[in-house]
Ligand binder design. Structure first.
Ligand code: TEU
Ligand code: CA
Length: 558
């Protein structure tokens, strides 16, 4: 049992724009984060991952960076950042930065130089290709947010590659000067006291050796680049180099956001002895409720599929690599709306059930801001209410160009799956704007802030917040929760997720009713419960042994 602090940690993700505004301009900022460190300390988390706050034109909400070593003035200045590091460390909270180096902003000085001429010293910092004979791009690749992954540049008559927006040109990792620039920048942040990195789409940095057309597989008739390039030929070589040059020199927590990763690839990225990263985010469970139009659907997941997927990751990595655990983040809809039931009757109990299910697994749990309050999705009734470029582009394609959906159908899909659901401001109290800002919020606050907010929960022992706090405390107190072996029970049950954790002679039985029905506990489990040694945590009072009430979760010591 190779004990590590980053295996025992619980990570809290902050989307800075929507977390807390300290100066009334309606945008969250660093001083706002500092003002909430005691709240986070009380919750018990030990690491904060902050989405990008670097200088950025904000075309993709900061994931388009124009200066990797400067804070965007919206969020504050370097003095504020240094104060954040100091104040967090004083509270034994570590700070993880978002490392976005598959691409930069097109306003980065490197790209401004690169596009000036074919012989510019920065030309090969990016990926340029000649047009085909007919003037079209060199391949049929599509970018993640719709449209071609190639942008024509008049000045030099070439296309450049961008797997995301044209304002996010891909950096050329084949160029060792680019890699050196990245490692120097990472070292600079580590010297400032940063404790780790979340690495944005790091599985995409190594492009194919041969640039050729792929299968047409996107609604707008392109080949989704994400289907061609993840886990490219040199990605592990690059990450081993990054580990040698930077990561191995500091005591960091590192997590790769690895679109398209499989368990076999994850063993390379996050293997205990591969000298790359500590863990990765996979996306397989994020695809369980997709349909032929991808995420734009009101389709719900099927519990046996989820159990099969989680079990694969728990069993395959056990003893070889480390799991990250998450229900949501700034790119996903809110957990209780997607995986639970956000009705007035079941929101609280189902949010607690989801938290139990995730936090009793082997791996490092991630809590997205507001998840600990049971915050819910937002109902968008017009596309003008949205901010996210991914939603707007897909709305245009599916409603206005392909006529696949009516406006109402697409707005329902956005309200269920859109990234904007996670970006509505954090709900701190029942004052105007949920206490997020004294000004006009950059994005609408969910109107349910009057009943779902931190102030009403922090001192309520029955709140979602208090339940998360208890789960985080249990993880600190029980090695079995961190290091125990996982085994699935009742794989085919469509309502019950039951699993055990075993460490030495200790054993836990975790029961989660994912349905709003009262269900009979299967006999094999009744037998296990009959000899139980007590309840570690449950989301109802007085749990009966034979049945589970709607969304009931119980963890028995057996
Ligand atoms: O996300 C990568 C990614 O795959 C996204 O396209 C996301 O999974 C998708 O939007 C879900 O439908 C990272 C960042 O987390 C995201 O915020 C950025 O927009 C993207 O990279 C580009 O940097
Ligand atoms: Ca502000």
């Amino acid at each position: 049992m190779d004990k590590k602090w980053w295996k025992e940690a619980v990570v809290y993700q902050i989307y800075p724009k929507s977390f807390m505004d300290s100066n009334g301009d309606g945008i969250g900022d660093v001083q706002g984060i500092i003002s909430k460190l005691d709240y986070l300390k009380d919750l018990g988390i030990s690491v904060i991952w902050i989405s990008p706050m670097y200088e950025s034109p904000q075309k993709d909400n900061g994931y388009d960076i124009s200066d990797y070593q400067a804070l965007d003035k919206r969020f504050g200045d370097m003095n504020d950042f240094d104060e954040l590091i100091e104040q967090a460390h004083k509270r034994d909270i570590k700070i993880v930065m978002d490392l976005v180096v598959n691409h930069s902003s097109d306003q980065h000085k490197w790209f401004i130089e690169s596009r000036k001429s074919k012989d510019n010293p920065y030309r090969d910092y990016y990926i340029w290709r000649d047009p085909k004979e007919d003037g079209s791009p060199t391949t049929n690749w599509g970018q993640f947010f719709g449209g071609s992954a190639w942008q024509y540049d008049e000045t030099t008559g070439q296309y450049y590659l961008h797997q995301f927006l044209a304002e996010q040109p891909d950096l050329n990792w084949e160029n060792e000067k680019v890699r050196k620039e990245v490692y120097d920048m990472m070292t600079w942040w580590c010297e400032k006291g940063v404790d780790g990195f979340r690495m944005d789409v790091i599985s995409l940095i190594s492009k194919p050796e041969v640039y050729e057309d792929g299968p047409i597989n996107t609604p707008d008739h392109f080949s989704h680049v994400g289907g061609i390039t993840p886990n490219g030929p040199r990605v592990h070589e690059f990450l081993k180099e990054m580990n040698r040059e930077v990561l191995s020199k500091y005591d960091l927590i590192t997590v790769g956001e690895t679109a398209g990763v499989t368990v076999d690839e994850a063993k390379k990225y996050a293997g205990f002895d591969t000298n790359e990263l500590n863990m990765v985010f996979h996306f397989e469970h994020m695809g369980l409720d997709e349909d032929e139009h991808g995420k734009w659907t009101n389709h719900r997941f099927y519990l046996p599929d989820l159990k099969e997927n989680f079990t694969k990751w728990q069993k395959e990595l056990d003893g070889k690599a480390w799991n990250s655990l998450y229900w949501d983040n700034h790119d996903q809809p809110r957990a209780v709306s997607r995986w639970g039931n956000d009705s007035d009757e079941y929101r609280v109990v189902s949010a607690k059930m989801l938290a139990t299910c995730l936090h009793m697994l082997q791996g490092t749990p991630y809590v997205f801001q507001g998840e600990e309050l049971g915050m819910t999705n937002f109902t968008f009734t017009d596309i003008s209410q949205t901010d996210d470029v991914e939603e707007k582009n897909n709305y245009k394609t599916l409603v206005e160009v392909e006529h696949v959906y009516t406006k109402e159908q697409m707005l329902e899909a956005i309200s269920m799956r859109g990234r904007d659901n996670a970006r509505t401001p954090m709900q701190w109290d029942d004052s105007e704007n949920g206490g997020f800002t004294t000004g006009k919020p950059w994005f609408a606050v969910n109107p349910n802030y009057s009943k779902i907010n931190a102030k009403s929960q922090v001192n309520d022992p029955d709140s979602v917040y208090s339940y998360y706090k208890e789960l985080i405390k249990l993880r600190k107190e029980n090695d079995i929760i961190v290091y125990g072996t996982y085994d699935l029970l009742c794989p085919d049950d469509e309502k019950l997720y039951a699993y055990t954790r075993t460490l030495g002679d200790e054993k836990l039985l975790v029961l989660c009713n994912f349905s709003q029905d009262e269900i009979e506990v299967p006999q094999e489990i009744k037998d296990m419960i009959s000899a139980n040694k007590g309840i570690l945590i449950s989301n109802y009072k007085d749990g009966q042994a034979d049945t589970l009430r709607p969304y009931e979760a119980v963890v028995y010591k057996i």
